[in-house]
Design a protein around this ligand. Structure first.
Ligand code: AMP
Length: 420
């Protein structure tokens, strides 16, 4: 029998972990990266449609967005009619359609790639990602991996669980357990805390999970053998993608202002300024917006450059802007505050159930929670409770691996106790 791993299948990235002599460790790809982008890219070679997955696939987004399928997690187990899917249709470049022939109306989404006359279901696309994850894990561990624990979103669990189980089974994994991403984080905390005993005895912790697509805030109480959820609230369309979108719109506004009352190569004066509408250019600006956002988690200012943003008006004009951390924080402040409102509402729900509820630690997961302003606002709101011994991008997969081990131990005990 092969090894057990924990899989965090994210909207933006996936990560995997395993236990090495009881210690959770992250699985690295051949280039030593911890994260595998959840992206599949379709292309043609020698008249044959092929695909690539992960980092290589993500790099194709600017070049050919219609064939670069990302954020597929949003559609797993969903119906075309759901509001979230309709919103995705407006924002994503690839084509999302209703599958009129679908057996189940609960899973009737088709991704169409007209260029290659392809129609693929979200489960099929996720299966390619899982197949790749299996390869990465087996090559890293140098042994077969056949058992997995998979994490799932805090909301929308039942249909998601059934569909993602199907994905895992498609690639030959035996799913030994599933748990929510926030609960997995609690398990990772339990392990890290056991090591350094920052918080002794019974405790209550909150998980602030802000990833690429969604936001969740959950509160857990330590109970024998694990963690019990006390309260949870989330928003399925609030994540790093929204930050990028908001920054992109800010850049477009700034560009428009900078072109007011100016004459361009087409000979016209633009009294109200120029609005960039070309989809290819908008995509390039969005990619730069995300890069700038990430850079500003480390530095105070960054330069944004996108060349030839109004080619039909004046091919010599580029977008050049210096963005500071202060301005970025101002631009996305509504999004940050929205997460805090949800967090406070969840805490209030917890208080209703237990008026004595008191948080002992706050855990941050999801790539977007790396933004310094978010940490600052959390400190302002909850006090100095942030536990930073676990990395936001590792915690969920590690927690899944730990949980998998707990399940195995329980299973083994049961087998030993039951008479032969
Ligand atoms: P996840 O789904 O957890 O992989 O999170 C992905 C999101 O986190 C994307 O929107 C990234 O742009 C964002 N992200 C990753 N690293 C950082 C960083 N250092 N600062 C701000 N956002 C980040």
């Amino acid at each position: 029998m092969g090894r057990l791993i924990g899989i965090d299948f994210g909207t933006t990235n996936c990560s995997m972990a395993y236990l090495d002599q009881g210690k959770p460790k992250v699985i690295l790809d051949k280039d030593r990266y911890k994260l595998v982008p959840s992206v599949v890219y379709y292309y043609k070679k020698n008249e044959e449609v092929r695909l690539m997955v992960g980092r290589a696939a993500r790099s194709k987004f600017v070049e050919n967005p219609f064939c670069t399928i990302h954020s597929i997690k949003r559609f797993i187990g969903k119906s075309f009619e759901m509001e979230e899917v309709q919103q995705a249709q407006e924002r994503y470049f690839y084509i999302i359609e209703k599958d009129e022939k679908a057996v189940s109306h609960q899973q009737n989404i088709m991704i169409k790639i007209h260029e290659y006359d392809l129609a693929i279901t979200p489960v099929e696309i996720a299966t390619y990602v899982f197949k790749y994850l299996k390869q990465v894990a087996e090559s890293f561990l140098s042994e077969p991996v056949d058992e997995v624990v998979i994490t799932m979103p805090t909301t929308f669990q039942t249909r998601y669980a059934a569909a993602i189980r199907q994905v895992a089974e498609n690639v030959g994994f035996n799913v030994v357990g599933m748990l929510t991403e926030t609960k997995a984080t609690a398990f990772a905390f339990g392990y890290a805390n056991r090591e350094d005993q920052t918080i002794a005895g019974d405790h209550t912790i909150a998980v602030y999970d802000l990833g690429g697509g969604t936001f969740d805030f959950s509160i857990f109480r330590r109970v024998p053998g694990g963690y019990e959820e006390i309260a949870t609230l989330g928003e399925s369309w609030l994540g790093g993608d929204d930050f990028d979108y908001t920054i992109m719109n800010y850049l477009i506004r700034e560009f428009k202002n900078s072109t007011r009352n100016k004459r361009f190569a087409d000979g016209k004066v633009y009294k109200d300024g120029i609005t960039i509408t070309n989809k290819d250019i908008l995509r390039a600006i969005r990619t730069e917006a995300e890069k700038a956002k990430m850079a500003l988690s480390e530095t105070e200012t960054t330069l944004i450059h996108v060349s030839k943003v109004i080619p039909e008006i004046d091919p010599a004009v580029d977008l050049n802007l210096k963005l500071s951390r202060d301005v970025l924080e101002y631009v996305v402040s509504d999004l940050i505050e929205k997460t805090l409102t949800i967090a406070l509402d969840a805490l209030e729900n917890g208080h209703t159930l237990n008026p004595k509820l008191k948080l002992d630690a706050l855990l941050l997961v999801g790539g977007q929670s790396r933004m310094p302003r978010i940490k600052q606002r959390l400190r302002d709101t909850f006090g100095d409770l942030i536990f930073d011994q676990i990395l936001p991008e590792e915690a969920v997969a590690m927690g899944a691996a730990i949980y998998g081990n707990v399940l195995k131990v329980v299973q083994k005990r049961k087998t030993q106790e039951s008479p032969a």
